[in-house]
Every structure is written in structure tokens, then in C-alpha cells.
Design a binder for this molecule. Structure first.
Ligand SMILES: Cc1cc2nc3c(=O)[nH]c(=O)nc-3n(C[C@H](O)[C@H](O)[C@H](O)COP(=O)(O)OP(=O)(O)OC[C@H]3O[C@@H](n4cnc5c(N)ncnc54)[C@H](O)[C@@H]3O)c2cc1C
Length: 388
């Protein structure tokens, strides 16, 4: 579509960004897209995709040059997650989560922590974020995991559910309450937990509706001892860290959603141009043509919004939480609508396995739920409407 081609031409990536986007597109075309169905079907973590990223040093986009990285703009990161998610949403989710786990180390970590952890990420380490508990979903402040200081160590007891990459991550940014500070949300603190730490167990993996190549783990801690040197920020600073993480990760969920939406749009247009019913291609039936026209318009608008939020972050805007919420709602609701309508355009062929749209519809749903449900995002947006 000419409109999308003109949009692409207008985006103004610099030389490094153009190069990394081309490298990622090559990997998605050659490695990720052709194998997405197979990893999904086998419910297997797509290690070859992350080996390909490691070989081009893709985690380096999160790390400043002084620590050996090759950073790109946040807007470019969002585009990379969108491109990866178009090929395989599970891989996009995993990659976005790695970024979300590195950023707080840069923002709140000590020099010693940066020097200790960033080289491991540069070498391809996988990161995870652990907030959610059985009693603390949308109400994350209600978490019960405890961090008890003990000399040079912290002893962790509790558990988390629904942790993306929890079983494969080299590092987990883990949130819990500092026992000396009581039980309110002011006690929430954050530690960096390394894979293999004694007392840290994987309880089980969830059986899900979609994104099967992105494992979702229940994890538990029993007298799990981590060095106090792994505490991120000060005790009680966890809420601040959490909000900063979520503000940056919500736009990346929007990128995942727009990757899924882009894939659904492309498949839908190709099929509508090919399938003949009633003596003409179904795209020539006005009911189908107008449905796709509306969706294409929405997709272009959402992609412009994604770039806008990227620009806000890159220009140093400190509080873009409302825009991040608006973007997450817009992109994820569109992904769900786009994937559902794509199945409709494919008719019965869309409902059975064999065409990608069936998978896309199952993948789209999670983008409305995680990183704060869309109800919670609407609360953030509506609070901004109230005059004081
Ligand atoms: C596949 C998957 C991957 C995930 N990955 C991670 C991860 O890596 N790390 C992590 O920490 N968590 C992760 N999560 C957890 C996810 O972020 C939570 O599921 C989500 O925040 C919602 O919490 P909940 O499931 O407990 O739902 P609840 O909070 O119980 O919400 C249930 C319903 O009530 C609504 N609701 C709740 N509170 C309010 C309110 N105040 N006002 C209006 N409506 C409300 C919600 O919108 C929802 O519709 C993941 C979840 C899934 C399914």
C-alpha cells in the first residue's frame, strides 16, 4: 500500500538505525518467520532466534557506548520489537522483556552493578521481570514476596506467577517487600536475581491460549539468598523503579501488538485479493473492502502514535505515562480487532489451523491484558482528564 510506503520513507532513521533495522529484517525473514509456526506448535523456546540476535549483538541497542553497547533511539527499539513481533509475537515479547529488564539497571544501578551485569546482557543474556503474584495482579502493591536483610545478604521468600521467560532467564528483576519497612507499597524493593541461585525454583509452566514459544513460569523462593550488592536502588524504591519500568515497557507491548496487527493486515489483504467468491475477488465486495479500509486507516494512525511516544522518550520527556497508556490501549485493541477481522476475511479457512491468522488472533489477546490491563490503562488516561 502506497500510504504505508510513504510513511516508511518519512521516518528518518539515522545510518546506525537503518543498519540495525535491516539486520533485524534479514533475521526475521531468514530465521524467525519460517520457523515461528514450528516453535509455536512444539511450545519450545526459539533459541536460534536469540542466537542470531547474539551474533549481531542486538542486546547492545539497550546499552550505552561507555559500557560497550551500540545504542539506538527508543523509537528505533520500538520499531525493532514491531518487526520481530510481526514475524513471531513470542520472540518479540521475549526481546521486549529483555530490554525492560536492562533499562532499570541503567537508570537505578550502581557503577559496580552496571559493570557486572551489562557485559552479560551484551553477550546475549535473557532478562525477565517478576511483579505478579496470585493476590497481586493489577494491584501490584499488594505483593507478598519478602526481602529480609541479613548482613551482606538478602533472604527472599515468596513466589511469583505468570513470569515471561522465568524459566530461561539469566537474570530476573524481582520485586518484593523489605521486611524492615513493613507491608505497605512503600516497602517494595527490587533485586537482580541470577539464574541458578539456591532457593529459587521453577514450579511450572503455564499452558496458554497463544504465544506458546514464550514460556510463562510460576516461580518460588525459599530462603533464597542473594548478595545485598544485587539490590537495585535503595530499600523501598521499588515502586519508583516499577513505574519507570512500566512506562517504558508499555510502549513495547504496543509494538508487539502492532507487529501482530501488521501481520494480520498483510495476510488479510493478500487473501482478499486472491480469494474469488460470487464471481469476483472478495476485496471487490464492498463489505470486505470497507472493513479493510477502516483497519488500514487505524493501523497507520497507531503506528504514527508509536513513533510519537518514541520521540517523547528520546527527547527526554520524563512523564509520558498517559501517552504510554493511550498507545498501549490503542495498539492492543486494534491488534485484537485486526486479527479477529482477518479471521473473518479468511472465512472458515481462518478458523482452522493452516493460515497464520488463527495464531495471530490468539496472540493478540495477551496484549490487552499484560503490562497493566487495558482497564488499568484507561484509569491512568481518565485521571488525566480531572482538573484540580
Ligand atoms: C502470558 C502472560 C505473561 C505475563 N508476563 C508477566 C511478566 O513477565 N511479569 C509479571 O510480573 N507479570 C506478567 N504477567 C501478569 C500480567 O501482567 C497480569 O496478568 C495482569 O497485570 C493482570 O493481573 P491479573 O491477571 O491478576 O488480573 P486482575 O488484576 O485480577 O484483573 C482481573 C480483571 O479485573 C480488572 N480490574 C482489576 N483491577 C481493576 C481496577 N482497579 N479497576 C478496573 N478494573 C480492574 C482487570 O482489568 C481484569 O479485567 C503475564 C501474564 C500473562 C497471561
Amino acid at each position: 500500500m502506497e500510504s504505508f510506503a510513504r510513511f516508511e520513507q518519512s521516518r528518518g532513521w539515522n545510518e546506525e538505525e537503518t543498519l540495525v533495522i535491516e539486520q533485524v529484517k534479514r533475521i526475521t525473514t531468514d530465521i524467525i518467520a519460517p520457523n515461528a509456526e514450528a516453535f509455536e506448535g512444539r511450545k519450545e523456546f526459539p533459541w536460534p532466534n536469540f542466537e542470531a540476535f547474539r551474533q549481531i549483538g542486538l542486546n547492545g541497542i539497550f546499552v550505552p557506548e561507555e559500557y560497550g553497547g551500540s545504542p539506538v533511539s527508543y523509537r528505533c527499539f520500538l520499531e525493532i520489537v514491531r518487526i520481530i513481533s510481526e514475524a513471531c509475537a513470542a520472540t518479540g515479547i521475549t526481546f521486549g522483556t529483555i530490554g525492560a529488564s536492562i533499562k532499570p539497571i541503567l537508570e537505578f544501578g550502581t557503577e559496580e552493578q552496571k559493570l557486572r551485569f551489562l557485559p552479560r546482557f551484551l553477550d546475549g543474556a535473557i532478562g525477565a521481570l517478576a511483579l505478579t503474584e496470585p493476590h497481586a495482579g493489577s494491584d501490584a502493591g499488594n505483593m507478598r514476596t519478602k526481602f529480609r536483610p541479613d548482613g551482606d545478604d538478602i533472604i527472599i521468600n515468596g513466589g511469583k506467577i505468570f513470569i515471561t521467560s522465568g524459566n530461561v532467564a539469566d537474570f530476573i528483576l524481582l520485586f518484593g517487600k523489605w521486611t524492615e519497612l513493613g507491608d505497605s507499597s512503600k516497602a517494595i524493593s527490587a533485586v537482580i536475581l541470577e539464574k541458578g541461585t539456591p532457593g529459587f525454583d521453577i514450579i511450572r509452566l503455564e499452558s496458554k491460549m497463544g504465544t506458546h514459544a514464550s514460556p510463562t513460569a510460576e516461580i518460588a523462593f525459599t530462603d533464597c539468598r542473594v548478595p545485598r550488592a544485587n539490590l537495585l536502588g535503595r530499600p523501598g524504591e521499588g515502586m519508583k523503579i516499577m513505574l519507570s519500568v512500566l512506562n517504558k515497557s508499555r510502549p513495547s507491548v504496543a509494538s508487539q501488538a502492532l507487529g501482530i496487527a501488521s501481520a494480520a493486515m498483510n495476510d488479510m489483504i493478500a487473501y482478499a485479493n486472491e480469494r474469488v467468491q460470487g464471481g469476483k475477488r472478495i476485496v471487490e465486495h464492498q463489505a470486505i473492502a470497507f472493513m479493510i479500509a477502516d483497519l488500514a486507516t487505524e493501523l497507520l494512525a497507531a503506528r504514527l502514535m508509536l513513533d510519537h511516544v518514541g520521540h517523547l522518550v528520546d527527547s527526554g520527556t520524563r512523564d509520558m505515562s498517559v501517552e504510554a497508556s493511550m498507545l498501549k490501549v490503542k495498539a492492543s485493541d486494534l491488534a485484537m480487532r485486526m486479527a479477529t477481522d482477518a479471521v473473518q476475511v479468511f472465512g472458515g479457512h481462518g478458523y482452522v489451523k493452516g493460515h497464520r491468522v488463527e495464531r495471530l488472533m490468539r496472540e493478540a489477546k495477551i496484549t490487552q491484558i499484560w503490562e497493566g490491563t487495558n482497564q488499568i490503562q484507561r484509569q491512568v488516561i481518565s485521571r488525566d482528564l480531572i482538573t484540580h
